[in-house]
Every structure is written in structure tokens, then in C-alpha cells.
Design a protein around this ligand. Structure first.
Ligand code: DGJ
Length: 737
């Protein structure tokens, strides 16, 4: 990245006088520099005072006259701003600010102080929708510079913010903390929605009022980073936001490794949000003239509730971030839960026939197809040895790909290329490629260790796993990329500075993914991490979809998918029908249809009507999937708030819509007693409603001859008639022309 260095050094010979913010005279005010970073609805406004201290003076709804932003500080009477930098957009440490820093450094001479003053800023238009504002900050004493980047996506009210740090000191500088962004908000109260979880328990929400002090959301797991805590969160201002009301900020770090978000309610009742790479065990040594670029922190602010925030994020993600975000996806049959490790070529040939019979696009071969010295017949051996197991697949993957073609279906394959079992050829050949402490006992997660992606040789190896598969099987249509272990005993046998380990691991991973995408730009890949342990917008740049959880019990999935839906569009959510849970096949399939549909069941075990049902459901899904993948998503009835969950999708031209409804409470006489209000329809249009996915031999209680105005459906609502006899109901709305 290039820098605009319009720095006039004499400006920075000023000593750091503690000029009180409140004492700013009209004369001083005249010298203020105001930077408004605007999107369609919002503005983030920074202002530099006469001493070039830069502060956030406003973050909220955009004003029609930008000149009025200058008046914002005058209407706040919060006394006691002692430093002139309390609302810094990138809080330094060791000088005046004693609050949680965004950046903390040890200079080449060992001094720990940093002061960052405004130097210049620049707005450049990337296209009609996207702009980039850069703000250069510099220390008046040290030759140390930070450039803040604000990339705005106007229509979607989304901002990506990151920073680039560099210096020209006479030796290395140690970056102790180096956040991506530092927001500063003012409101009458703040509520945090955060997530926690574990395997099969992903995305459990907690909402609480933020109290004074610091709340940190973070991970130190290295890989599978979201296992216990994902980086996505929401902050509601003034009152807890609902689906359609209230002001809410969504935040997420675009990073797949260790992250840290500090949320500090300060003594003036203002809220600081600092997010970036976790500095845990990661003090970074920055050489003179070297640039350190942080990952982007992503945020969107909505003053009309959570629904609007998610739709903005979904649009942004599909348009700008996710690989092939507006493209097609493959429906599939996966063999993991149907066979686990117990299969051979004959069995797989049968499953390929079942794939065709089911009517899906592709067969996905999961774990267990590889390794010979230590065959992969369970999760204790073989990881790392990516040659076909000769007993199970005597004719290799090539013969499966060929057989798939003969059956008119595509073929995809599972890999977990970042990992190694100690019982493997790879481990024996390259013990120095494995992350482990040289003098400590090895400690395993799912009987495996992580390969050291900070080592370029390991990067070549991991790239080679994918490249080899495609070179040998050019027709290979899909990769499921798993990542089941966290990093224990973090240590690289080849990295000089162990403090760079976590960062270099991620750089290594992204380098590999870049190489894969340079050579194979469009082949769909699923981001899987023993369930939803790895999903973020840095990874989704390379992946078309993610695996939300190994928990596919549809009742659980309603809740898990609901929470993911705040942040990720349904086209990214791989949902498979499995045998988890007690629900009938209809319920399981209907829930899986609210995203990218797949199956992981034994088709030959299905009863006749169940088979007929899923075959018809696949056809129906093909008819309506474009509404689910690229329409606007509306959460209509929250499963945490009532007995019925309801999710809506509306095509962008509002001519078609889908409504998925489920009974989530088994108690006596529970059901949809009240109508559920639809959203996002055209009030003036008339719609007819029909029920989809009827189980063979059942009739719908919905009269498909009736028509309703969009106004009626959004004001009064519609009753899908969900009850203990109809636990899952999908409705399709079509405009009557
Ligand atoms: C964990 C994944 O989440 C599962 O879907 C499956 O692929 C297994 N790994 C295979 O080991």
C-alpha cells in the first residue's frame, strides 16, 4: 500500500501540552480539521484540534449538512476530559492516554511512549459505491506512523477498517498491541450481544447491559479459533435493539486466528470498542520501513434494528466478500454420517447411485479415504498421508470421479490438510513440520497435531495436497476443508521469533489459500472446523460456504442457524439432513433447506414415502433456492421468544417469498395461535400462498386459492397453522399479476 506523506515535520515539534478539550477557543476551533466518513445512512466523524489531536466526535445517523458535525462536541456536557485524546480513533499508550490502548509499542531506544497526531487525510473513490478514506497519524517525537484505513460500502452502510503501522527508527520497534480499529460511541446505555459455544453447541447468544470497565471477547486457540467464542458481536445503543427497532452496531474481525475485542465503558459513560489480532504471546518486532497491516474490522450500524443490519451485511458479503457470493451452489450427498470410516469402493459406487436417485448435484466423500502405512480407519491415524488407501480404494479417487460422471453427478472430497496424526508417515518423516514444544510432552486435540504453516515448506505441502488432487482429477468439483484441532504447545521449529508464531501461521494459511485461488479460482470449497469452529469474513474470501455445526439435530439447527443468520447470508450456510434428532424426515429436510441443502443419510434405508418426500423436496429446492440464496432474509418469529420459529426470504423484486415455520415447543396445545407478520413484501401487491414440501399422502390446510395484499400480510399477518400435527410448514408466496 502506498502512503501519502504530506507531513510537515515542524508541526510536530510542539510539545505535548495538555490542552483541555473543553477550553477550545473559537480561534482554536477555526483550525479544526473535520473528517466525515459517510455511508448511505451513517457518519463516523473525526476531528483534529489545533494541536492535531485526533478524536471521534460523532458516530451515528448521517446529518444532511456536514457542516453541523462541528457543532456535535458543543452539545455534550460530559465534564472531565483530561487528556484531549479520550475519544481517539486509535488510542496510543504510554503518553497522555491511560485508557485501554489500540496500539502499544516499545521504541527502538526502549521507550514505551506513543503519541499519535493527525498529519493528513485523503478520500478516494474506488467506484460508485466504495470509497477509501485514509488518515495518517504520526508521533511528534519518534519517526513512527500509523495510517488508518476506512473502506466504506455506501449502499450497505458497511465499513471495513484497518491500520498500517510503520517506522523509520534506528532499530526494531516492538508492537505490543496493534488493533485494527478503535470506535468510540456515545449513548444513554449499551447492550452487548456476544456468542459462546463448544463442539455441537455453536453460536449461543448472551445479551447483557455493558457496565463500566472492560469486557474482552477473545480467542487464543490459534486454529479452530471460534470454537469457544466467535469474533462476531452486536452492541445496541440506548436500549436493546429488536429485529426492527433500535440502534445496533454489528462488529466482526476479518481474521481466522487469535482475535481480541476490548469493549470499555469509560468514566464519561462513552463506549470504546477496540478490535484486532490478539496480542497474546504475539509482541511483534517491526523492522524500520517494514509495514505491518492489520486485518480489517468490519462493522455496520443500523438505526432500524437488527434485521436491517443483517440484510446490509448479507448484501455486502454476497457482493464483495464471499467467493462467488452471487453464484450457484451444489446440493450434495455426503457419506460421513452414513458410513463414517467404514467404506470401500463398492459401497461408494452404491452411494453414487443413491446421489443420482436422490436428485442432488454431487457426492461428497468425507474422511477416511487416505493413508496406507497407518490407514485412516478412525481418527487416531493417517492424517497427513494424503494418498488413497489401497484397501478401500484400490483404483484411487480417479475411479470414483469416473463413476460419478457415469452416474451424471459431480464428485467432491474431504481434506484436513493443516493437520497430522502422530501415527502417520508425515509425522515420522517431518517431525519439524509439526507444532509442538520440543521439551514438553505432546498434547492432542482429537488425537492430532497442527502442522506449522509458518514454515514455507509446510505451505508448499498443504498447497500440494489440494493441487495434487486437482491435477490428478481435474473434474473434482468440490473440497470440504476441515480443521479439527486447536493449537496446543504453540512453537515452530523453524521460526526465529516465536512471538510471531500465531501471526505467521495465519499468514501462511492465507498464502496457501491465495495460491489455491490463483490456480483454481472458482471451485467451491466448504469451510469446516469440526463444526463451526472457523467462520469469518477473511476465510470466506476463499470459501463458498461454511459448516455451522456438527449438530444437525434440526431443533438445535433452528437455533444455531438463526444466530448465524444475523451475520452470514444463507447461501454460505451448509445444512445437511442427517439422522440427528427425533424429528421426521420432513422436519429435518425443511430446516436444511434454509441455506445450502445437503444430505448425510443412508438413502437405501429410507422408507418409500420418505424417499419420495426427499426426492420431491430436492426438486422443490431447485425451484426456490434462488430466493433463499439471494433474496432478502427476514427473521419473523424468534424461537427463543415463542413456540413457533419463522424465517422469511423475499426475492429482490418482491414477487416471490418463502416462509419457513417450525414448532419449537412440544408442550400441550402449542402452535401458531396468532398470525405471523411477514416482512419485506410489496404492500400494494397481491399474493397467493401455497404450501411446499407436503409429505406424501398429506393435504395442506392452507387454501391456495385465496389471495392477500402485501399490506394485509405485513400488518395482520398470516397463520401457517403450525401445531403438533404440523410441526414444519413451508409456504411460498407468489405475486398475482
Ligand atoms: C468434523 C466435521 O465437522 C465432520 O463433518 C466430518 O467431516 C468429520 N470432521 C470427519 O472427520
Amino acid at each position: 500500500m502506498k502512503f501519502e506523506l504530506s507531513l510537515k515535520t515542524n508541526l510536530f515539534q510542539l510539545s505535548a501540552l495538555s490542552v483541555c478539550f473543553l477550553m477550545a477557543s473559537a480561534e482554536v476551533k477555526a483550525q479544526n480539521i473535520t473528517i466525515a466518513i459517510e455511508t448511505k445512512s451513517n457518519a463516523l466523524v473525526l476531528q483534529a484540534d489545533a494541536k492535531k489531536n485526533l478524536n471521534t466526535i460523532y458516530f451515528g445517523k448521517k446529518l444532511s449538512s456536514a457542516a453541523e458535525y462541528d457543532e456535535v462536541p458543543s452539545v455534550f456536557k460530559q465534564s472531565g476530559e483530561y487528556t484531549s485524546v479520550l475519544s481517539s480513533p486509535y488510542t496510543p499508550s504510554g503518553s497522555k492516554s491511560l485508557m485501554e490502548p489500540a496500539i502499544s509499542v516499545s521504541h527502538a531506544d526502549g521507550n514505551n511512549s506513543l503519541d499519535l497526531r493527525y498529519v493528513s487525510h485523503k478520500l478516494s473513490k474506488i467506484d460508485g459505491d466504495v470509497s477509501l478514506t485514509t488518515v495518517v497519524l504520526k508521533d511528534p517525537v519518534y519517526d513512527f506512523e500509523v495510517t488508518l484505513y476506512y473502506k466504506t460500502y455506501f449502499k450497505d452502510d458497511v465499513v471495513e477498517q484497518w491500520s498500517v503501522i510503520k517506522h523509520k527508527e534506528k532499530g526494531n520497534v516492538l508492537l505490543q498491541k496493534y488493533a485494527s480499529a478503535n470506535l468510540y460511541l456515545k449513548a444513554g446505555g449499551y447492550w452487548l450481544t456476544q456468542y459462546h459455544g463448544d463442539w455441537a453447541k455453536e453460536m449461543r447468544p448472551e445479551e447483557s447491559r455493558i457496565t463500566h470497565g472492560i469486557k474482552t471477547l477473545d480467542t487464543k486457540l490459534g486454529t479452530r479459533a471460534n470454537l469457544f467464542q466467535p469474533s462476531v458481536f452486536m452492541v445496541s445503543l440506548d436500549k436493546p435493539a429488536t429485529e426492527d427497532e433500535g440502534t445496533v452496531l454489528y462488529g466482526a474481525l476479518e481474521y481466522s486466528g487469535n482475535f481480541r475485542t476490548d469493549i470499555e465503558l469509560d468514566y464519561l459513560d462513552n463506549l470504546k470498542i477496540i478490535s484486532g489480532i490478539n496480542n497474546y504471546a504475539s509482541a511483534y518486532t517491526l523492522k524500520p520501513n517494514e509495514e505491518f497491516t492489520t486485518p480489517a474490522f468490519l462493522y455496520t450500524l443500523s438505526s432500524s434494528g437488527k434485521g436491517n443490519a443483517s440484510r446490509n451485511l448479507h448484501n455486502w458479503a454476497r457482493n464483495y466478500k464471499i467467493l462467488d457470493g452471487k453464484g450457484q451452489r451444489l446440493t450434495l450427498l455426503n457419506n460421513w454420517e452414513a458410513t463414517y470410516f467404514d467404506f470401500n469402493e463398492t459401497k461408494l459406487f452404491e452411494l453414487l447411485k443413491d446421489t443420482k436417485k436422490l436428485g442432488v448435484d454431487m457426492f461428497l466423500l468425507d474422511d477416511g479415504w487416505f493413508a496406507n502405512k497407518y490407514p485412516r480407519n478412525g481418527d487416531v491415524a493417517g492424517l497427513g498421508d494424503w494418498e488413497e488407501n489401497k484397501t478401500k480404494l484400490p483404483n484411487g479417487v480417479a475411479s470414483l470421479v469416473k463413476e460419478a460422471q457415469a452416474n451424471g453427478v459431480k464428485f467432491g472430497i474431504w481434506i484436513e490438510p493443516e493437520m497430522v496424526n502422530p501415527k502417520s508417515n508425515l509425522y515420522e518423516k517431518h517431525p519439524d513440520w509439526v507444532i509442538k514444544q520440543p521439551k514438553r510432552e505432546e498434547y492432542y486435540f482429537r488425537n492430532q497435531l497442527v502442522l506449522d504453516l509458518s514454515n514455507p515448506k509446510v505451505q508448499d505441502f498443504v498447497f500440494g495436497v489440494v493441487d495434487d488432487l486437482f491435477t490428478k482429477n481435474p473434474e473434482l468439483a468440490y473440497i470440504k476443508w476441515d480443521c479439527n484441532a486447536v493449537i496446543y504447545n504453540a512453537y515452530s521449529a523453524t521460526l526465529g521469533n516465536q512471538n510471531h508464531f500465531y501471526i505467521e501461521y495465519m499468514r501462511g494459511l492465507y498464502k496457501v489459500l491465495e495460491r489455491i485461488r490463483a490456480k483454481y479460482p472458482t471451485v467451491p470449497m466448504m469451510l469446516c472446523s469440526g463444526g463451526g469452529g472457523r467462520v469469518d469474513y477473511a476465510a470466506l474470501k476463499y470459501f463458498t460456504e461454511f459448516w455451522p455445526s456438527d449438530n444437525t439435530d434440526p431443533m438445535e439447527r433452528i437455533f444455531i442457524q438463526w444466530e448465524y443468520s444475523y451475520f452470514y447470508p444463507s447461501i454460505t450456510s451448509s445444512n445437511h439432513v442427517t439422522d440427528w434428532g427425533k424429528q421426521p424426515i420432513k422436519f429435518r429436510t425443511d430446516v436444511a433447506m434454509m441455506g445450502k441443502l445437503g444430505f448425510d443419510i443412508v438413502i437405501s434405508h429410507l422408507k418409500e414415502n420418505d424417499l419420495k418426500y426427499v426426492q420431491d423436496a430436492v426438486k422443490t429446492y431447485n425451484d426456490v433456492k434462488s430466493i433463499i440464496w439471494s433474496g432478502d432474509q427476514y427473521r419473523l418469529a424468534n424461537p427463543r421468544e415463542g413456540s413457533v420459529a419463522s424465517m422469511g426470504y423475499v426475492s429482490t423484486d418482491k414477487t416471490k417469498a418463502l416462509m419457513f415455520n417450525y414448532l419449537v415447543n412440544n408442550r400441550y396445545d402449542e402452535g401458531s395461535k396468532f398470525p405471523i407478520r411477514l416482512k419485506g413484501l410489496d404492500a400494494a401487491k397481491k399474493y397467493k400462498i401455497k404450501e411446499l414440501n407436503l409429505y406424501p399422502g398429506t393435504n395442506s390446510s392452507i387454501d391456495s386459492n385465496k389471495s392477500y395484499s402485501g399490506e394485509f400480510l405485513m400488518t395482520v399477518g398470516f397463520n401457517p397453522v403450525v401445531n403438533s400435527g404440523r410441526t414444519s410448514v413451508i409456504l411460498q408466496l407468489d405475486e398475482i399479476k
